[in-house]
Design a protein around this ligand. Structure first.
Ligand code: GLN
Length: 311
């Protein structure tokens, strides 16, 4: 993987990093104890074009746990394995307008959508293990194909969440009571914690996003990871539900299908043009990275990436 060192795109990314670095709003999450030690000044930005060119600026080598940014990829995996109707018999496709860890089930007993915790735990439960490979190893393999390299897991973060994530367990049990979670709640929740603890960099996020943006083919490795159809379904759900209770504001100001995570990562996929990854730990009240949101507003404006581009 070679990242361009100079050129106009790198200059734009560097300018955005410099301009936003002094911003001090937001709080580093202590939602998972292990996250509380993150450096509030860490800030990285990367973009990968649909043709596979990589550009980055700032802390582009800093590793952080993927957290909720894993959700669209496991959702995509469930779609590939079970089909749209079967997956959505278990989880809805409506924005919840509520925080990511909301206790939110619709009148059919399904979590509102697969981008909030309750829905993501259900989607993880829909993935099966194989004789030769556990469910988590299958999930890791798919996320690694999206990133184009093997992703390691942060054991400390996993253990930290496994020891404290009782609200997520409760969401799992509620979904089981609604008849939509398959198999064991505890196993589904632990695999969900493992998927959240996979380590990534902003360049990984940008490659993963570029794979969605180019319809399921990783532009660096050439591997088809998911079908075009699944890529579109996944981008659709990211559009309506990817930014939690800020989905509307996001559509207005950025307009790029995206997913954020509690460690401070945001992944955004502009179909046919760019995959973008941002990392900066301080979060706003909705749980989205403050500098990340601001960086994407600027990139969207700068490159005219809003999905409702009026010709
Ligand atoms: N692992 C975190 C959780 O389940 C992920 C949440 C997030 O990134 N918003 O709470």
């Amino acid at each position: 993987r070679t990242t361009e060192e100079t050129g106009p795109v790198v200059a734009v990314l560097e300018r955005i990093c410099e301009e936003l670095a002094p911003r001090r709003e937001g709080q580093v999450s202590d939602f998972i104890p292990e996250l509380a030690g993150a450096d509030p000044n860490a800030f990285g930005l990367a973009a990968v074009s649909a043709h596979g060119r990589c550009y980055s600026a700032g802390d582009d080598e800093a590793a952080f746990t993927v957290q909720s940014v894993s959700k669209p990829f496991v959702y995509a995996m469930a779609l590939e394995e079970r089909g749209l109707d079967d997956v959505h018999a278990h989880v809805g496709a409506e924005p919840s307008g509520e925080p990511f860890n909301a206790i939110s089930l619709d009148e059919q007993g399904r979590p509102e959508n697969p981008m909030i915790n309750a829905g993501a735990i259900v989607t993880t439960s829909l993935i099966r293990g194989e004789e030769s490979r556990s469910r988590f190893e299958r999930i890791r393999a798919v996320l690694s194909s999206f990133a184009g390299r093997h992703l390691s897991m942060d054991e400390d973060s996993y253990r930290s969440e496994a020891g404290t994530g009782h609200r997520n367990r409760a969401l799992g049990y509620l979904s089981m009571a609604g008849g939509v979670l398959e198999g064991s709640v505890e196993e589904a929740v632990l695999d969900y914690f493992r998927q959240c603890a996979l380590n990534v960099t902003v360049v990984d996020l940008a490659v993963m996003a570029a794979t969605l943006a180019s319809g399921g083919v990783n532009p660096l490795t050439g591997e088809r990871v998911i079908s075009r159809r699944t890529a579109r379904h996944t981008l659709s759900v990211m559009t309506s539900c990817g930014m939690y209770d800020r989905a509307g504001e996001w559509a207005l100001r950025v307009g790029i299908p995206a997913k954020s995570g509690v460690s401070g990562g945001i992944l955004a996929a502009a179909p046919g043009s760019f995959g973008v990854g941002v990392f900066s730990p301080p979060l706003d009240h909705a749980g989205n990275s403050v500098r990340g949101v601001a960086a994407l507003e600027q990139l969207s404006e700068n490159y005219d990436l809003h999905m409702l581009r009026i010709p």
